[in-house]
Design a protein around this ligand. Structure first.
Ligand code: PLP
Ligand code: COI
Length: 354
């Protein structure tokens, strides 16, 4: 399928100070859009000026949340090349979300072409300061104009781009996390491993209550026993226990993070023992108290690597590494962002030049 391109006649005013970008607040001049109908399949692929969507109030996505999204980034190198990081892996995960939410898949090569073409058109919007990037948000929504609860016949897929800085306002400063012991995010057989809006809607109340108590995020426990650690709202979690890097095994209710996979690959490459397994929250608390839990951090596209300085579970507080970023966390952050910014050789085939 060809992509029709219509350049915007009006250019938006650009930010002057990259340090004020924040996350997901500004959007570029263009977006990609393609339509699906049962009869025609995917058709009408376009890059066109960024615009508002016009949806019928009965549109299925607005009622039954049949939608999913992705998150990936484009980076500027010191010599002004634009790099994409593992974008094809995002296209593949997008199709796994599509299967789970009963929505049409998109050919990976076509999707990748759409992403690259859009980023090429928006290349001037890719920021250059440390920690900044152009965050890409591919999104698919169901768009039938009827209130019946069933898989829709009409869909819209679009990609928008947002020049962004750090996800957490304090960047690499260790955050405080509350282990959630009342609400759950995902259950066995549910949609936890899909990147669908409903998972995030289900998490907002707990997040809101945690923020009021002075935490940045909640750490979810499994939905059955509320015993095993799963992930944080926008990140997978890693723990350095007895010098082994431990993370929750993918079990169907955790998002298979691309940063998670990258960090595990880098850690193995550094000779660190990695364990993907069930982690009981009590084990974490005990390891924290006995000094065997020496580092903890979250991983995610938006959050990159986010050190955790304190975990609170019920009445217990575990302070990690004196609330300072640990050596391994820093090393992994430097290596990962070094590859993403083209400063460290990419021996894993993760980078594409746009
Ligand atoms: N878990 C959840 C719930 C997320 O929203 C994200 C962010 O995308 C992640 C984990 C990390 O995934 P990735 O590294 O692919 O961005
Ligand atoms: C990402 O890291 O790409 C995400 O989707 C996180 C988002 C929920 C803020």
């Amino acid at each position: 399928m060809d992509i029709r391109i219509t350049h915007s006649q009006v250019k938006k005013e650009k930010y002057t100070d990259e340090s004020t970008l924040g996350f997901g607040r500004f959007f570029t001049d263009h977006m990609f859009e393609v339509t699906y109908t049962k009869d025609k399949g995917w058709h009408n692929a376009e890059i066109l000026p960024y615009h508002r969507l016009s949806l019928d109030p009965a549109s299925s996505v607005l009622h039954y949340a049949q939608e999913f999204f992705e998150g990936m980034k484009a980076y500027r190198t010191d010599d002004n090349q634009i790099l994409l990081f593992r974008a094809k892996d995002n296209c593949a995960r997008l199709n796994r979300s599509a299967q789970r939410i009963c929505m049409p898949e998109i050919d990976i090569d076509f999707n990748y072409k759409a992403i690259k073409t859009l980023v090429d058109i928006e290349r001037d919007w890719v920021p250059s300061s440390e920690g900044s990037s152009l965050y890409l948000r591919p999104t698919m929504i169901a768009n039938d104009e009827t209130l019946g609860v069933k898989a829709a016949s009409n869909y819209l897929y679009y990609i928008i781009c947002s020049p962004s800085g750090a996800y957490y306002k304090d960047g690499l400063s260790p955050i405080n996390i509350k282990v959630e012991d009342k609400y759950v995010r995902a259950v066995r057989g549910g949609t936890g491993e899909a990147k669908t809006g409903g998972n995030y809607a289900a998490s907002i109340k707990a997040g809101d209550e945690a923020v009021k108590l002075g935490f940045s995020q909640v750490l979810w426990l499994d939905g059955e026993e509320m015993k095993y650690v799963e992930e944080v709202g926008a990140m997978n979690m890693m723990f350095l226990i007895d010098n082994k890097l431990v993370t929750a095994k993918l079990n169907g209710s955790i998002l298979p993070g691309i940063t998670r996979d990258s960090v595990l690959t880098l850690a193995r490459d550094m000779g660190i023992t990695v364990e993907e397994r069930k982690i009981a929250v009590e084990e974490l608390v005990d390891a924290g108290k006995s000094g065997r839990l020496t580092e903890a951090f979250g991983t995610g596209t938006a959050a990159v690597i986010s050190p955790v300085g304190m975990l609170a579970y019920k009445n217990e507080q575990v302070i990690i590494n004196n609330r300072k970023i640990g050596e391994l966390s820093m090393n992994l952050y430097n290596t990962l962002t070094g590859i993403q910014r083209g400063r460290i050789k990419d021996k894993f085939g993760w980078i594409t030049v746009v």
